[in-house]
Design a protein around this ligand. Structure first.
Ligand code: 3SL
Length: 241
């Protein structure tokens, strides 16, 4: 198995498709998706465009759908939910499909949707993702951070590093054998430095600071927990997990 880490979706090669692509948007899209599915959501369907989301969701029974929209960290007016994983309680999401559009995370999933297997990962479900990799042994794995509007974000690269770190540890293989690009070495180093204080890392991250200004401290705290949900959000059809 070779792992390749890309800090943003824009950095992924355009002429290749990996066997397995893992989209990461720790703050907060992939954390929210994992939470919805762990809470009994029927599925999560992702959109980059809000108008398209509204149109497609209308073909779904009203009592079986939830519309989640975030722009700039804030809830889109008129939508049921923003992008806080803490709003995705079982009583709210069970049996319902979440139609979601966020600034960066949903774009990452769309960018890699042609891979044979597409997974959404965050710190909270890192263990389930690593277990999948070790069981299925895909040859080529891309771990793609969402960043913020095309630029690097600390928390996504640290999460990519957390996945790579666990693969190295649990296979016992040398890092150089697992690493398909230099970003893997770099991301493992970042994660290793902060693994005991992920919430502290989020306080340094520009998007962490943005969310703190929006009074989302509890979201940061929730998303900084590692391996709390045993859920593997895997794509069933393009754009649907
Ligand atoms: O960029 C995204 O996709 C979102 O996760 C951003 S936010 O955390 O909802 O602000």
């Amino acid at each position: 198995m070779k792992l390749f880490i890309y800090h943003t979706p824009e950095l992924t090669p355009v002429d290749k498709v990996p066997e397995c692509a893992i989209a990461v948007d720790v703050l907060r899209a992939t954390s929210t998706m994992a939470t919805v599915l762990a809470a009994g959501g029927e599925a999560v369907q992702v959109f980059s465009d809000l108008e398209q989301l509204i149109q497609v969701s209308q073909s779904w029974p009203a009592e079986k759908r939830l519309l989640a929209g975030e722009r700039g960290g804030a809830k889109v007016p008129g939508f049921d939910l923003g992008n806080s994983p803490l709003d995705c309680t079982p009583d709210r999401v069970e049996g319902r499909r979440l139609f979601i559009s966020t600034t960066n995370g949903t774009r990452t999933l769309q960018r890699v949707q042609n891979a044979q297997t597409v997974i959404a990962a965050a710190f909270i479900n890192r263990g389930a993702v690593v277990r999948y990799l070790l069981e299925m042994q895909p040859q080529t794995v891309w771990i793609v951070g969402s960043g913020w509007e095309g630029s690097f974000s600390l928390e996504d690269t640290a999460c990519a590093g957390a996945i790579a770190h666990a693969v190295v540890e649990q296979t016992g293989l040398p890092t150089d054998e697992i690493a398909g690009n230099d970003e893997v070495i770099n991301a493992i180093a970042l994660y290793s430095q902060w693994q005991d204080n992920l919430l502290g890392l989020f306080h340094h991250a520009s998007h962490g600071k943005r969310l703190l200004r929006l009074e989302c401290y509890e979201d940061l705290k929730y998303c900084s927990q590692a391996d709390t949900l045993d859920v593997l959000p895997v794509q069933k059809e393009p754009g649907v997990l």
